[in-house]
Write a protein that binds this ligand. Structure first.
Ligand code: PEP
Ligand code: MN
Length: 277
């Protein structure tokens, strides 16, 4: 089966570097993206962006269109959220990633973001994948909660077939049976994706675990394992988050994650044989 996703498949040691604004995924280093689950207000986004920038993160996240399980939960600010994340990113020198939940959102998201997120629930929404690809913007493709790695790589292939080579794969947890974590963080699967594909692979420990206490160790595990980055939910006032509060970390925790990821990277570099890239 694996030879069928011919554009996404790894055929050599070559690894693709994906650029989103000033940010790079792949090719060494560990890219840290942070921000709230949902865009709530201009003030919240500005505080979050200031925190990400001060901590040393390079990209801001936040959803305008929220794919909620319950229709009674906060659905996001919709179109009105996009200018808020774009302004906060611009003010603090951060690139911006946000989700297009439907094909009808793609044009507006592309007008405001540096990267389009395709959420886990939409991983196999082919018209949405194609529409996102055609914007030419890099695509952050999240793994479906029950998707196999082959299915994920086929989803990436739909984007690549539109002539858009800039896809970042994101492991965000797969459905398990134990409620103590929201999903099962499939670190092995993420590493296997890197063996199967030349595309950068990042992790989302927030949706994978659902618990703020686990975000730091899971991010460090991904960095130590040689993956390409992490996207984490961080809120300036986590207890007030309108969405996914239990997994939101605060700015100080994010700053510590950035520092500790740097230590992990430095330790790994020290053990690299001299002269190797
Ligand atoms: C998100 O990142 O905002 C999100 C909803 O994640 P996922 O699609 O992985 O559930
Ligand atoms: Mn969330």
């Amino acid at each position: 089966m694996s030879e069928s996703y011919r554009l996404a498949a790894r055929t050599s040691v070559h690894a693709t570097v994906v650029r989103a604004g000033s940010v790079r995924f792949g090719g060494g280093g560990f890219t840290l993206v942070a921000g709230p689950c949902s865009i709530e207000s201009a003030e919240q986004m500005d505080e979050a962006a200031a925190g990400v920038a001060r901590a040393g993160g390079t990209m801001l996240r936040g959803g305008a269109y929220k794919p909620r399980t319950s229709p009674y939960d906060f659905q996001g600010l919709g179109d009105d959220g996009l200018p808020l994340i774009a302004a906060a990113g611009a003010r603090h020198g951060l690139a911006v990633v946000t989700e297009a939940l439907a094909e009808s959102h793609v044009a507006l998201v592309a007008a405001y973001a540096d990267m389009i997120q395709i959420g886990a629930r939409n991983m196999q929404n082919v018209p949405l994948l194609r529409a996102a690809a055609r914007t030419g913007l890099p695509v952050l493709l999240k793994r479906g909660p029950s998707a196999t790695l082959d299915e994920m790589l086929y989803a990436a292939e739909y984007v690549l077939l539109e002539g858009n080579a800039n896809v970042v794969l994101c492991e965000r947890g797969i459905r398990g049976f134990d409620p103590h974590t929201r999903n099962v963080f499939d670190l092995g699967g993420a590493l296997r994706l890197k063996e199967l594909s030349h595309l950068p692979v990042i992790v989302d420990p927030s949706h994978a675990s659902g618990r703020r206490s686990l975000i730091e160790p899971l991010t460090l595990a991904a960095a130590a394992a040689g993956l390409d980055g992490a996207i984490v939910e961080m809120h300036p006032h986590p207890e007030e988050a309108r969405c996914d509060a239990a997994q939101a970390i605060d700015i100080a925790t994010f700053a510590r994650i950035v520092r500790r990821v740097e230590s992990v990277n430095a330790a790994l570099a020290e053990t690299e044989p001299a002269g190797c890239a």
